[in-house]
Design a protein around this ligand. Sequence first.
Ligand code: CP3
Length: 342
Amino acid sequence: MTKILLRALAGEALPTPPIWMMRQAGRYLPEYRATRAQAGDFLSLCYNPDLAAEVTLQPIRRFGFDAAILFADILLIPQALGADLWFVTGEGPRLSTITDARQLGELKPADAIHDTLSPIYETIRILSRELPPETALIGFAGAPWTVATYMIAGRGTPDQGPAHAFKNADRVAFSALIDRITEATILYLSAQIDAGAEVVKIFDSWAGSLQGADFDDFALTPARRIIQALKQRHPNVPVIAFPREAGDRYIGFARATGADCVALDNSVSAEWAAEKVQGDGCVQGNLAPHHMVTGGDELIAEAQRITRAFRGRPHIFNLGHGITPDANPENVAAMIEAVRSA
Ligand code: CP3
């Protein structure tokens, strides 16, 4: 029996959509906090295959999601390319910055990443053995633009200002950085698939700050290159693309990049996306994450409205962005029940 996530990604409309949740392994779960404490810190958890597999499995055991997502982070690629990376508790990631073309020359070649990332492949091998047979395993990476915004600024930024400044000052050097990340991402995702990932997702969390030709050059084109290269090597492995806050650029994104599914954030309505985006194939989304904090009748009504809006064509139920640490696990169970009874 084919796993229902894979059936939706193959284009099948199911009476009940497969369900999983961005950041489903995370701080809102007490068992996650306990395992992270055992590992010491977040990065030690990412690089410990037994513990990373354990936290990946925790939300599957608790909620019975239809998919597990590898526990890792999009910023492991910059680290594998030679950037310094650390996390400041309560604040977020910090990296060494890239402010000029000369520093790009100091990055390692794309094929050096496996030296750093081999524990991630081991996590996937463990998960392939330990996941229930009905649960699909999703691998992932950050999209080049989003990863570049962190590499240039050395941290998360509200408007991606430093990356826009670099791009506008030296488009050739900026494009070289995007190319390096693109090559590394192809190798990384391909190795994840070799290790047992059945689906891969490309997170472009900051795609919404790219406009016009910049969106084409730095969101759409890198996604297309990555997907084409993966399809050559692994023609049967579906790819989910998440150009977050792309707005009307969601229209045609799957066709232009070859993605099997486009993940929607919650700034677009399900009704709009059903009309404008779902015609191209499977869509994923898009309940606002705050419902996992606030719960109640609104959560039920919203989850059911979204499920019904996408019904009749392929859909994967998810949030529009990651669940937050202040979420209540009981609301997650209520969401699943609402979708399955819609
Ligand atoms: O459960 C899953 O979704 C899988 C694991 C996963 C994590 N990060 C774990 C994580 C995935 C897919 C990511 C992706 C990621 N990481 C993105 C893209 C998706 C998005 O949210 O837009 C981005 C931009 C990052 C970079 C990153 N990692 C930031 C900005 C932060 C700090 C913010 C925060 O929530 O603390 C992280 C840390 C991080 N990555 C945590 C987790 C569970 C929290 C770390 C902790 O335990 O303290």
